[in-house]
Structure formats: structure tokens, C-alpha cells
Write a protein that binds this ligand. Structure first.
Ligand code: OXT
Ligand code: ADP
Ligand code: MG
Length: 565
């Protein structure tokens, strides 16, 4: 232990996190980081212990998205580090600010490959999967390492940072002469990036000549906390917008400018696309025909110039942070009195109304559908979220994800988290835990039965901390559905057991359990579960034939003629 004039690397790490306003650590301990986690608690931080590192790192990533400060994850060396690595990569892909800290073996043993306990060259392995990796070899560098990690995670395009802590650095001591320990609060961790006047003028000229502009709002605008500016731009121009899934709620989904229910129509017919913090990746069909109009002009605001021209020509790139860029663009719209014909919004609204009417009919039929289908199971969630918009919603699965996204309206920013840019299963419970911990609000984790299986053991974590999380499992007995049959002597690759009692996983750890097989039962269970504030699982048993291959993205499957085989 240190005396009053010396400090260990561990103490300096905790001091540096605390002085920068970081309160929570999500992790899984063992050699060499157990005492580090204990010390964090003694020093007044909150430590949340998980059952697998990927869930802990996912939780930290979600904490980063929700709070705008980097979430902190802690793992042990080699296997713990490797379990956490996919989530570090995902956070980086999703542009979520995160610092994954892993204990590691000492450099001299690793470099000579002398067979240390859980020895692995983690620092070099992590590099391709994150924005930056740093290794701290001396206690006196701890403050600098934390400063660099925080600044890298949150500035520019946010992302994951890896911090490698050899055991020696954790326990090594330095004289704490206050002035020299390098632990300090970072000044302006994510500085504003103001776009150039030329880039704004270019965009304004395009909007002036446009009859049918469509704004696409992505999770970059949500990360930037630019909801006020996004709404102001859309209201001022009076144009439709399409929210990407984690941008839902930035403007309430029931806003009359929303084109979410006229997705194909608005993308195909827009003559100008204004991209706000959304990449033209697979989720937006790479900006290409037939989904997009090839001759549409594209304006793109992004903090990372790397994104411009990634998939198609960007006619007006605006490099800047979202809030500053939108402020300048909106001011220019006002100054130059730019207006857009309202006919375009009317046309989009007509398609929205017609599609919503079709959806309403399906939902109404779902109320009485037995066995239960997705519409009947999701309608109670729509109704609940309409009444309690401050509830956080985490979602994953294929049909569960796609239908839930279309059916459940969001009204508040950053309240929806889902499987993101990679479409990854296994984020659900980690994200739900972080949402509950960071906000103190109630959380629904809406899970396909396959998706739930990836991190179901975190139900114990939820129960141990008594978090107000209700997991709703839409159990159709399979990946996509439960009726696939390929050969007689084996379950199909997509089969799961439709009789599985997922709800037992809650009662096993002291939480509440519900089974529901009709609309009314799901509705009753959800109200009871949410009112109780207890951890709970609702096992909603659906018709095993409900659900289609890959949900809405079957077009991405590699198809083989199975009959020929
Ligand atoms: O305009 P048109 O006519 O086109 O209509 C559109 C909208 O206008 C309209 N709409 C509405 N109408 C009326 N009212 C309302 N409110 C409304 N809103 C919209 O509806 C249509 C469709 O709209 P949408 O959805 O916006 O448009 P579209 O074209 O679908 O959008 C395209 C996308 C790409 C933007 C969208 O689909 C999207 O965001 N998709 C995300 C897809 C995704 O990420 N999927 C997850 C991965 S799938 C697969 O990979 C899975 N795996 C493999 C695996 C993974 N992923 N990870 C790991 C670690 N290992 C393995 C597995 C194992 S999924 C999976 C498990 C699946 O089984 P589960 O049991 O968990 O789940 P179930 O499927 O439920 O059984
Ligand atoms: P979605 O999946 O919702 O379409 P993406 O994750 O593909 O969104 O895109 C998010 C984009 O937002 C990234 O290109 C990222 O660089 C950008 N971004 C992130 N934060 C900011 C910010 N503060 N200002 C501007 N752009 C941002
Ligand atoms: Mg399923």
C-alpha cells in the first residue's frame, strides 16, 4: 500500500478518471485487476461486475452514447481482453465513446514470449479494432494516458480506445508531489469544429434549387446532442426527414415531418439529400439506385471527412461538428430566406398516412391473433411507450428488431439503442444495464429469442443490482422463426426450442417472471412488470411460423439452390 506521499498506478488511474467526472466502471475482474476494482469502490466510484466481458464493454459503450462521456470498461488479460475485443470494435464502428482498460502481462516477458500467465501482446492486437491504443508502463504516465484516452474517445468522430495496463504499472509507485503527477481535468475534451463559409454557401445554393429535399438523421446527430438544431432546420425548411434507427426520438416520431413510414417513396423521389450524421453504408443502400435517385444532389454534414464520397459523389460536404454546422446552416437559411415548396411534404405525408393505415389494420388484427404474432406482441409495447416516453428501449433480433423499430414510436432523443452499424446480436442486456445505471430510468430490452441467448446470463447482473429492466423475449422458437426443416435427423440451423422457459432466468436470480401468449397477456404483464420496478422477463410465446428469413434484410443473404444438393 502507498503511504501519504506515494501513489500507485491504480490510485492515479482512479484519480484521473474521477477528476474528469467519470463515476462508473463496467467490468469483470481477476488477475491482475481485482484490487484495482476494489480500490475504485473505496475511492467512491461505482463498479458494476458482469458475467462476460463483451457485455461489460457493451454496457460501457452504451454509457458513452447516452452520456457523451467515455464509458469505462475493465477486463483481465488475454481471454478477458479477447472477450471484450468485439465490443470495443463495435463501439468504434458505432462511433460510441468508450475506454476499454485491460490488465496485461509485463512487456519484457511478452516480447520474449516467455509464457506468462494469460500472456498476449494485447496492445498491438487491439490497434486495428479501436481509434487508438495506449500502454502505460509507469505510474507517472497514468494521468497523461487517461487524458489522451478521454480526448481521443470523445473528440472528432467518437470511438473506442484501448488502454493497456501491465500489472507492474498498476502497482508501481510514484511520489505524489501533486504538481508532478499529471492528473488533471482535460480542458474542452471535444472542441467545436466550425465549418467553412464556402461549404455552407455550397449547401445553401443546392437547397435553393431543390424542390424535394429529404433530411436523413443518423445516430451521429444523436451523439452530437443536436436535437434542437435538427428540429429547427426541418421546421424552418418545412421538409420531410427520415430517422435512422438510433436517431428515432431526436424529433418525436409522431412529428408531421417524419417520413419513416414513407421510406421508399421519400428516398426514391428526393432530389436533394441532406445527411446529418449518417453514413451512406449498407443501411442506406450505399446511397445508390434503385433505393436512391441517382441524380439527387447530396449535402453531408459530418465530423469526419473520410466519410465524404465513400459511396457516391457528395456535392456539398460540410466538415464540422453537428451543432456548429447546423447553426451556421440554419442562420444562412434564415438570412437568405430559403424556402421549399410545401407540395413535397404533402406528398410524403399522404404516403405516410396510407402506410400507417395499413399498419393500423395489421396491429388491430394482431390483438386477436392466436397464436400470437409480432403485431399482437408489439402493440402493447407501442402503447406503453406512447404513455411513458421516458422509458429506454433496447432492441435486437431480426423480425423483432425490424418490426419493433417500425411499430414503436420514440419521442425522446437517445432513448433507443439497438444492434447498430454491424447488426450485432448480444448487445441487449449490456446496453440495458447501462441505460438503467446511467439514467435511473426504466428500461425495456426487446429481444428475439435467439438474440437473448447471446448474453442472457447478464440477467443475474440485472437482478444483483436490482435494476428496473424488463426483458421482453419474442419467442418464436428460432433465428427468424421456428418452423424451418432441412433434414429429418437434425434440427435446422435456425431452430431453437419454442418451449424454452426464458422467464425462469429471471426467477432464478430473484427477479419476476411472466409468460404471455396473447395481446392482452403481454399488455398486462408489461404494465405489471414496469409498475413494479423489479427486474423481470416476459416470455411472449409467438406462433413459431411468425417471422421471415433475416427480417427486412433477406436481400443480403448469399442464396444457394438447396434443391440441387
Ligand atoms: O416505404 P416502404 O414501402 O419501403 O415501407 C417501409 C416503411 O415505409 C414502412 N414503415 C411503416 N409503415 C407504417 N407505419 C410505420 N410506423 C412504419 N414505419 C416504417 O415499413 C417498411 C419498412 O421500413 P424500414 O424498416 O424502415 O425499411 P427497411 O427497408 O427495412 O430499411 C432498411 C434498413 C436496412 C435501414 C432496416 O431494415 C434496418 O435498419 N435494418 C437493421 C437490420 C439488422 O441490423 N438486423 C440484425 C442482423 S440480422 C442477422 O444478421 C441475425 N443473426 C446473425 C448474427 C448476428 N447478427 N450477430 C451475431 C453476433 N451472430 C449472428 C442472428 C443470429 S439476426 C439473428 C437472430 C434472429 O433471431 P431472433 O430470434 O433474435 O429474432 P427474430 O427474427 O425475431 O426471430
Ligand atoms: P446511422 O447508423 O444512424 O446512419 P452512422 O453511425 O452510420 O449513423 O453515422 C454516424 C456519423 O456521424 C459518422 O460518420 C460520424 O463521423 C458522424 N458524427 C459523429 N459524431 C458527430 C458530431 N458530433 N458531429 C458531426 N458528425 C458526427
Ligand atoms: Mg426468434
Amino acid at each position: 500500500m502507498s503511504d501519504s506521499t506515494t501513489k500507485s498506478g491504480a490510485e492515479l488511474l482512479i484519480d484521473a478518471l474521477k477528476i474528469n467526472g467519470i463515476q462508473n466502471i463496467y467490468g469483470l475482474v481477476g488477475i491482475p485487476v481485482t484490487d484495482l476494482a476494489r480500490l475504485a469502490q473505496i475511492e467512491g466510484m461505482n463498479y458494476y461486475g458482469f458475467r462476460r466481458e463483451d457485455a461489460a464493454v457493451n454496457a460501457a459503450a452504451a454509457a458513452g452514447f447516452i452520456t457523451g462521456k467515455p464509458g469505462i470498461a475493465l477486463t483481465v488479460s488475454a481471454p478477458g481482453f479477447l472477450n471484450g475485443l468485439p465490443s470495443l470494435a463495435q463501439a468504434t464502428k458505432n462511433c460510441f465513446p468508450l475506454i476499454m482498460i485491460s490488465g496485461s502481462s509485463d512487456r519484457n516477458i511478452i516480447d520474449l514470449d516467455q509464457g506468462d500467465y494469460e500472456g498476449l501482446d494485447q496492445y498491438n492486437i487491439a490497434k486495428p479494432f479501436c481509434k487508438a491504443a495506449f500502454r502505460v508502463n509507469r505510474a507517472e504516465d497514468m494521468g497523461t494516458a487517461v487524458a489522451r484516452a478521454i480526448r481521443t474517445a470523445v473528440s472528432g468522430r467518437p470511438g473506442g480506445v484501448y488502454l493497456d495496463l501491465p500489472a507492474e504499472a498498476i502497482e508501481s509507485m510514484m511520489i505524489d508531489d501533486k504538481k508532478g503527477n499529471n492528473v488533471y481535468e482535460i480542458v474542452d475534451p471535444a472542441p467545436s469544429v466550425i465549418p467553412s463559409d464556402e461549404s455552407i454557401s455550397r449547401a445553401i445554393n443546392i437547397i435553393k434549387n431543390s424542390q424535394k429535399p429529404l433530411v436523413i438523421v443518423g445516430k451521429g446527430a444523436a451523439s452530437a446532442r443536436a436535437e434542437k438544431e435538427v428540429k429547427e432546420l426541418i421546421d424552418t425548411l418545412n421538409v420531410p426527414y427520415l430517422p435512422m434507427s438510433m436517431a428515432k426520438g431526436l424529433i418525436p416520431d409522431d412529428d408531421s415531418h417524419s417520413a419513416a413510414a414513407a421510406r421508399s417513396y421519400s428516398l426514391k423521389n428526393a432530389d436533394t439529400i441532406i445527411l446529418l450524421g449518417a453514413r451512406l453504408n449498407w443501411l442506406l443502400s450505399h446511397g445508390k439506385a434503385p433505393v436512391f435517385n441517382e441524380s439527387a444532389q447530396v449535402i453531408q454534414i459530418d465530423i469526419d471527412a473520410y466519410e465524404f464520397d465513400s459511396n457516391r459523389r457528395i456535392d456539398a460536404p460540410i466538415l464540422g461538428d453537428m451543432k456548429s454546422s447546423l447553426r451556421k446552416l440554419i442562420d444562412a437559411v434564415h438570412e437568405q430566406e430559403v424556402t421549399v415548396e410545401s407540395q413535397w411534404l404533402d406528398d410524403v405525408q399522404n404516403v405516410v398516412l396510407s402506410n400507417k393505415e395499413k399498419m393500423r389494420t395489421r396491429l388491430e388484427a394482431g390483438k386477436t391473433s392466436e397464436p400470437l404474432n409480432f403485431f399482437g406482441a408489439l402493440l402493447p409495447l407501442q402503447e406503453y411507450m406512447n404513455e411513458h416516453p421516458d422509458t429506454y428501449l433496447v432492441s435486437e433480433g431480426a423480425n423483432t428488431l425490424d418490426m419493433g423499430r417500425n411499430i414503436i414510436d420514440m419521442k425522446l432523443p437517445r432513448h433507443r439503442l439497438d444492434c447498430g452499424t454491424w447488426g450485432v446480436m448480444g448487445i441487449g442486456l449490456g446496453y440495458a444495464i447501462a441505460a438503467a445505471v446511467e439514467t435511473g430510468k426504466r428500461v425495456i430490452a426487446l429481444e428475439g429469442d435467439s438474440a437473448f441467448g447471446f448474453d442472457a446470463m447478464e440477467m443475474e447482473t440485472i437482478c444483483r443490482y436490482h435494476l428496473p429492466v424488463t426483458v421482453v423475449v419474442l419467442n418464436n422458437g428460432g433465428i427468424y422463426n421456428g418452423t424451418d426443416k432441412v433434414v429429418d435427423n437434425q434440427p435446422s440451423p435456425t431452430n431453437l426450442d419454442p418451449r424454452a422457459h426464458y422467464e425462469y432466468l429471471s426467477s432464478a436470480f430473484g427477479g419476476d417472471s411472466y409468460v404471455a401468449s396473447t395481446y392482452s397477456e403481454v399488455k398486462d404483464a408489461l404494465v405489471k412488470a414496469m409498475d413494479s420496478n423489479n427486474p423481470s422477463i416476459i416470455n411472449a410465446t409467438l406462433n413459431p411460423s411468425a417471422g421471415t428469413e433475416s427480417g427486412h434484410i433477406d436481400n443480403l443473404n448469399a442464396k444457394i439452390d438447396l434443391k440441387k444438393a
